[in-house]
Each structure stands twice: as C-alpha cells, then as structure tokens.
Design a protein around this ligand. Sequence first.
Ligand code: PHE
Ligand code: NA
Length: 499
Amino acid sequence: MENRPQWGTRAGFVLAAIGSAVGLGNIWRFPAVAYENGGGAFFLPYLFALLTAGIPLLIMEFTLGHKYRGSAPLTFARLNKKFEWLGWWQVAISFVIATYYSVIIAWALSFTVFSFDLKWGSDTEGFLFGEYLQYSDPGTVGGIVPGVFIPLILVWIITLGILFKGVKKGIEVANKVMIPALVILFLIVVIRSVTLEGAAVGLEAFFKPNWSQIANPQVWVAAYGQIFFSLSIAFAIMITYSSYLPKKTDITNNAFITGFANSSVELLAGIGVFAALGFMATQAGVSIDEVVAGGVGLAFVVFPQIINEFPALNGFFGSLFFICLSLAGLTSLISIVETFVAGVEDKFKVSRIKSVAIGGGLAALISILYATRGGLNFLDAADYFINQFGVALAGLVEVIVVAWFLKELKNIRDHANNISDIRISTWWNISLGIITPIVLGFMMVQNIITNIKENYEGYPTSFLLYSGWGVAVAAVILGIVFSTFKWQKNMQSVPEQKG
Ligand code: PHE
Ligand code: NA
C-alpha cells in the first residue's frame, strides 16, 4: 500500500483550499473588475459564473483528485493515459506563476516594513518605480534589486520550509494559522476603512448598478475570468489538494464552502477598497473615477497614498494591510508550489524533501529574474499571457476533455454523489458540458483576436514573443515533454485509501 499523505481534518483541507483561493486576486483584482463591469449589476453575471463554472469545476477537480489520488499529472494519467500531458501543462503553468507571484509577496513584505515610517513619502508612484523597484525599460534585465531580492529569499524560506514539513504538518498547520489570522486582520482593516470620512461615496460608486452593461458579453466574460482565476481552477492545485483527502469525506459541500468563502472575501475586499477610495477622493476633492485602480497600482501606489492621509495610526493600518496581502499571497503560493512538488514526487519516485528542494529551488532561482531592474515588465507580460493563454485555455481543454472526449461527467457525478451530503444533478452536467465550454471558448477566441490586433500594453513585439507568448507556449511544451518520461512508480492502480 502506498503511503500517500493525508489531511488530518476536514477543516484542514477546506482551509487549505480556501487559502489557495483567497489570494491577491480577491484583494486587488475583484474590486476593480466589479467596478468596471457594471458595479452592483456585476453581481448577477458573477453569481451566475460562480454557480455554472466556479463551483461545478471545483466539484469536478475535487472528485478527480479524490478518486484517482494523484497530483494533476498522475490523476490525468489514471483517467486516461493519453491525457497525462494536460496535468503537466497545468503544473507548468503553476510553475510559471510561482516564479513571479513570489516576487509580489516580497514587495508586500517590504511595504509592511515601509509602513512603519511611511517610507514611500508623498510621491508614492515615484517611490515604487524609482527608489524601490529601480525600474528599467522593457527587455532590459539590469542588476538584481537588493530591496526586492532580500524579502524574496524570505518568501522562499517560509514557503519551502512549510512544504518540507509535508501536507499535514506543513500545509495544513500553516493554513490553520494563516487563514484565521488573515480573516481577523482583514476585518479590522475593512472596519476601519468603512468608518473613514467619505467612505459612503466610495461604497455608493461600487454598489451602484449600471444595468446598461448587463447585455454586454464583455461583462460576462469578465465574470467568468474572475471566477476562474479566483478559485484557483485549472492550476492543478485543487486536484492535488483533494488527492490528500481520506476515503470518507465530502466533495460537494466542501466545494460550496470553498466557493462561497472565497466570494465573501472578494465582497469584503470590494467594500474595504472602495470605502478607502471614497475617503481618498473626498480628501483630494476629486471623483472616484480619478482614484480607482486595481493590481499593482492599487496596492503599491494608491494604498500608500491612502495610508498617508489616514487620520491616525497610519503605520499600524498600513502594515496590517500589507500583512493581509502577504498572508493571502503566501497561502496561495504554497498551493501552487505543491502542484509541482507532488507531480515530481509521483512521477519520479523521489522523496518530498528532494522534490521540494529541486522543484521549489528551481522556481526560487528563476524568480530572481523578476527581482531585477527590468523585472516588472517581465512579470507583467508573464502574468497576462499565462493567465489568458495558460490558465483559461487549460481550463477550456480540461472541460472539453473530461466532458466530451472521455465522457466522464457521469462517473464523476456518481462518485461525488456517493460520498457527499449534497447531491448534484443535471445543472452540473449542463454547466460543465455546455455553458462553461461555450463561455470559455468565446473568451479564448476574443483574447486571441485582441492580442493579435494590438500588442499587450503596447510592449514591443519581440519582447512579448519571449516574455509573454513564449512563456505560455513553453508551458504546453514542457507539459508534453514531461508526459513522455517513464513512470518510476506504479501509475495504473489507484492505491487503497485509509479511513
Ligand atoms: N486564487 C488566487 C487569487 O485569487 C490566485 C492564484 C492562486 C494564483 C494560486 C496563483 C496560484 O489570487
Ligand atoms: Na481568489
């Protein structure tokens, strides 16, 4: 009997899944996406996407991991030998993401320290790009930036340290500490935010429904994109995590809990972020539109400005915010790295220690590229292309393979229903067999057209070829290459499960 590690408790698994789902996307992506796509009216497509793609796919991935008990490559290989590459492709995507995601967490750690004396000064943008990142033009690498490199080492020590300890003692314990801590600290930040002067202005702008947007397909695509990224679907993550579930467990209820917990944090972030933006707009005497931001700009330029204006305890609230960002990021990073740690362990029959050292070590080494003076451009391009032509495409291929090629939906549904509290019915088949592939397919065609018509962010074509398109294509190639190696371990039989 194989000794596959197992979660100690059901709460441990659920917290780890939530830990993966709740990431930077919840805090800096959701608020801006919702605002730009209809505000209050966005909740309709968003909820629809959650119920027809997010939760159904979570159920599917949880079931696959539980049933076949393997990392994504092993799970797909056991499902059908021809599709092992799909698992490796997703693992390769996760590998790419790990290399730059870790760098953003490093920034967040730096800014936690900078908060104490508001080191960024009044020109927060100048500080970020100049003094901190020492930005240089696209395509240039430049030297390593020590201010990023040092916290980056810390990020890897924490992450790999946790992974060395294994699933139960490492990942589970870390999430049991970090997720409750994140929720409490984030609640404090949000409560402070909504009690700021002008908060109501921001909240009104955020929730005000713009129904004229609802017929726009773009809005629906944005909703699906957000749900996909936000729930860590098609990253190989949820399959890997559910492969550590005990035999007697629950699938469907766990998927609903994970999905709704993640959305709750998004909603909370929307409220916190827009209340703070309302405060800032009021202080500056400008409209909300002039201060709205998402992503790096929101977290590292606009937020420091808001902290500057705080009536009291600036340093305290600033560091709380950046600690939240770090915790949300770290629990997600742990889950991404675990995908290739588990993949390598399964296929090449090496110990966890070796697998973490090799896989994690390699990711850490490559991440240094993004800690250079030209790193920001590489990071931006890699992030955009790996999401558009990695995650979203792998998700589309995954549903088509499982639902149409292998016609596995019925088996998966039976397996989930046998062990779960809640029974899934026809809506699940329709969601995965029809709705999700149509929406994702439409999204993909549109993405391809947009990116062929114009260069993302106006970057030079040659730069995008190797740092964007090249990265996305490399993930597919890596996936195929890894699937050709010989299994060092019994791949066919699914091992007996304990308890
Ligand atoms: N789900 C994460 C978020 O919302 C995204 C993510 C998770 C990205 C894991 C990479 C790896 O931020
Ligand atoms: Na998320």
